[in-house]
Design a protein around this ligand. Structure first.
Ligand SMILES: Cc1ncc(COP(=O)(O)O)c(C=O)c1O
Length: 393
């Protein structure tokens, strides 16, 4: 009897939630992206299908098996994890790295390991869900500052410093390149500001690792060995693999790594990254260099230039230095319709709309890839512009 009543109440709840999503036009889908011109995926360097990356994964699979079979602190640390951590440190100019099973887990693990009642997490208003969740789970006080607004960040740091019971450990949480708008954070100024207030700066490099010639935006900003900077990254975007990492620099790099190895719950209580993914990421790092990254930058520039030159889109393309290029749309409905029509034209773009957009503005998000043929890309962009014009007319 009780079981039936429970089942009925879950059933009613599931149906109501589904009806609410439909009424608000907010149903998500997991459409396949095959055989489309790819302006949607995060495979920025096209490495997920590179023969050497595949071969590295296959060899690891054949030699080591399909899974790591245990947590890193049990028996799940393999030589390939250590080699990947050494290569990630070298590639980013940092001194130490700790590899997690995803970028999401790296963020949850790091923020959790920094949290507790004496900590305050100050997050940029556009911070990714994994950073928000990590801050919430960490047990620290949390506050937001306006997106990329140094004055607001300073005001919040100042307010903590002046409060009768200031939190002694403050972490400012940002992304190097933001995932929806594609705009960059002012990393040097943020690091200086944090140093003034003795705060840590946590920089999520999910969208910048292996997309800049210096390897990472933190390295490009001259912060690879900054004492007060902690970095997270994902191996699933430009590296085309799977997994995440926390990267440490400065004189306390080893101490930081040891602290996380002992306290990051998503490191301790999660099965380690599969050996094939670790091997793929390692091989990808060797390929994520000069010409490929320059090709990505050239295609990103072409997306910005071509779309900005269209009469109906001028001024609607965000200022974005990396692979992610975003076009503001006039309504969520038009954004959805444009993305659906583009699929029919064989072009995959991402559609972001409330509640997944930090500022309430719906957007089409176009990702530049190094391997896109410039002529095909130019043709696809013409279709994008025409389709947006059609849905808005
Ligand atoms: C900014 C940011 N951080 C973290 C993640 C999570 O990375 P992963 O997909 O490896 O879990 C993402 C992925 O969407 C992201 O965009």
């Amino acid at each position: 009897m009780t079981t039936l009543a429970t089942t009925a109440s879950w059933d009613a709840w599931l149906r109501t939630r589904s009806a609410v999503r439909t009424a608000r036009d907010m149903q998500r889908s997991d459409n396949s992206r095959h055989a489309l011109f790819d302006l949607a995926s995060n495979d920025y360097l096209g490495l997920s299908s590179h023969p050497r990356v595949r071969q590295a994964a296959i060899s690891a699979l054949n030699c080591l098996g399909t899974g790591a079979t245990a947590s890193r602190v049990a028996s799940g640390t393999w030589q390939i994890h250590r080699e990947l951590e050494a290569e990630l440190s070298r590639y980013t100019g940092r001194s130490q790295a700790l590899v997690f099973s995803s970028g999401y887990c790296a963020n949850l693990g790091l923020l959790g390991a920094l949290g507790g009642p004496g900590s305050l997490m100050l997050l940029d208003a556009h911070a990714h869900a994994s950073l928000i969740d990590g801050a919430r789970l960490s047990g620290a006080g949390t506050a937001r500052f306006e997106h990329n607004n140094l004055d607001d960040a300073r005001a919040k740091l100042h307010a903590n410093a002046q409060s009768p019971a200031p939190k002694p450990r403050v972490v400012v949480v940002v992304e190097s390149v933001y995932s929806v708008l594609g705009d960059a954070a002012p990393l040097q100024q943020l690091a200086e500001l944090c140093a003034q207030y003795n705060a840590l700066l946590l920089i999520d490099e999910a969208h910048s690792l292996a997309t800049v010639l210096a390897g990472s935006a933190v390295n490009a900003a001259g912060l690879a060995q900054a004492e007060n900077v902690l970095v997270t990254a994902t191996l699933s975007k430009a590296l085309g693999a799977q997994g995440g990492a926390v990267l440490f620099g400065g004189s306390r790099a080893e101490l930081w790594r040891e602290h996380l190895l002992n306290t990051a719950r998503t490191f301790i209580f999660d099965t380690a990254l599969a050996p094939a993914a670790a091997a793929a990421a390692h091989a990808a790092l060797e390929l994520a260099t000069g010409e490929r990254i320059a090709g990505l930058a050239a295609n990103a520039l072409m997306i910005r230039r071509v779309l900005n030159a269209e009469e109906n889109l001028a001024g609607r393309v965000e200022q974005a230095p990396g692979a992610v290029q975003s076009v503001r749309m006039k309504s969520p409905q038009q954004a959805l319709l444009a993305a659906a029509l583009l699929r029919e034209h064989g072009i995959a773009v991402s559609c972001f709309r409330p509640p997944s957009v930090p500022d309430g503005i719906s957007r089409l998000r176009l990702a530049a890839h190094a391997q896109q043929d410039p002529a095909e890309l130019a043709a696809a962009l013409k279709v994008v512009a025409r389709t947006i014009s059609d849905v808005e007319s």
